[in-house]
Design a protein around this ligand. Sequence first.
Ligand SMILES: Cc1cc2nc3c(=O)[nH]c(=O)nc-3n(C[C@H](O)[C@H](O)[C@H](O)COP(=O)(O)OP(=O)(O)OC[C@H]3O[C@@H](n4cnc5c(N)ncnc54)[C@H](O)[C@@H]3O)c2cc1C
Length: 407
Amino acid sequence: MTRRIVVVGAGQAGMLLALGLQRHGYEMTVIAERTAEELRTGRVISNQCIFERALQHERSQGLNFWDEKAPPVNGIAFGAGQPGVPEPVIRWESPLEQPAQSVDQRLKMSDWLTEFARRGGEIRHDRVEPDGLAALAREFDLVLVAAGRGPQFGRLFARRPELSPFTGPQRAIALMYLTPNQPEFYQGVTFALAPDGEWFSLPVLSVTGPVYGVYFSGYLGGPLDCWDDIRDVEHFFEVATKAVDRHFPWLAPILRNTAPNGPLDYLKGKVTPVVRDPVGTLDFGAKVLAMGDTAVTNDPIAGQGANMAAHCAAAYQQTILDQGDRPFDEEFMRRAFDRFWQTAKHAVRFSNDLLSPPPPHVLATFQAAQENPVVAHRFAALFNDNSDYTAWLTDEKVAMAYLASLA
Ligand SMILES: Cc1cc2nc3c(=O)[nH]c(=O)nc-3n(C[C@H](O)[C@H](O)[C@H](O)COP(=O)(O)OP(=O)(O)OC[C@H]3O[C@@H](n4cnc5c(N)ncnc54)[C@H](O)[C@@H]3O)c2cc1C
């Protein structure tokens, strides 16, 4: 029996699942707001650093079209600064076990959409409102809502307060792509903390070729919450240059001898972290299943959202395959989400904790990492697999005992 499945939203989560199931013979439909061309030529979407475990899922599906061209993201360079001090007070670098990768989602989604159509997938260009899901639920065996973050499907997928400590955004965020990706820049993730916010930068393969993605994250109402009145990319660059000089002075050389990559290569906004009930019930009783950011939205501070979107696609794909000819009922949907949650719960904890100033045992860990590459390596590995975060750094006694054992 051919199962007909529709995915609403052509992003990291939805496209990866659609292409993956298509490979297994499912009749797949994707509802995409934008065409491949519109995606490619539109505004930048993300910094999308994807680490090894999540990349592995794309590779296992043969969807790693950019491995030869994407600059490898080889490690993590950490720095913690203090106002008025030009050099970071704590600084270390550590290689990743396997390189991560950042392929501009404009390029990736546009290529994946094109490939999906080439392999016979159906694409409908439309924006689905919550009311429009009923018609889809009547037409398809399974409706997946992979429409990204934000409140648009919030009434359908209820916020789970016990898993969502924040009721609003915690940071003002801003992203810019710079060109060129200078060889003297650190060719990994540069992750910096300052009292008023954070910085996350890395080499990216964009639509135009290699660029350098710079991400600012500022405490609300603080001096790094400075993006509201930005007029255009030049203005953005000017404000960013002042911000880096003041808050991350050791990273200021990155913005010298460089320029924004294009007029649409900047983004600003705020993200509310939230975990939702992934099963939505339509008026006539049919159930729909949320995925990716629609189900679990993290603040981008730890670079986990696109990774989780890929893990969600992997978990849902396996659960759908396991389901065979049995109905896609609520029990199936909860099983699919639970499989994803075993990974996502650690990313949620890691991301949410980073939104608060680091407690003393985490500061002690950063300090120890400066002296001891083993500690640095263990922390760097958290971005790829954050299950160790829960086991290690959420418990002060465990964290301090670990440091003592190394001494
Ligand atoms: C500035 C920034 C930096 C980031 N950096 C990183 C990082 O380094 N690493 C990382 O892992 N994550 C990062 N993220 C997060 C990451 O981009 C997202 O978590 C990830 O893209 C989520 O994938 P998704 O498929 O769930 O949603 P999305 O990527 O948002 O895709 C949803 C798709 O659905 C479409 N859509 C929306 N509404 C509708 C509708 N009603 N009907 C039809 N289509 C619709 C949208 O157009 C979009 O194509 C960052 C995010 C931001 C904003």
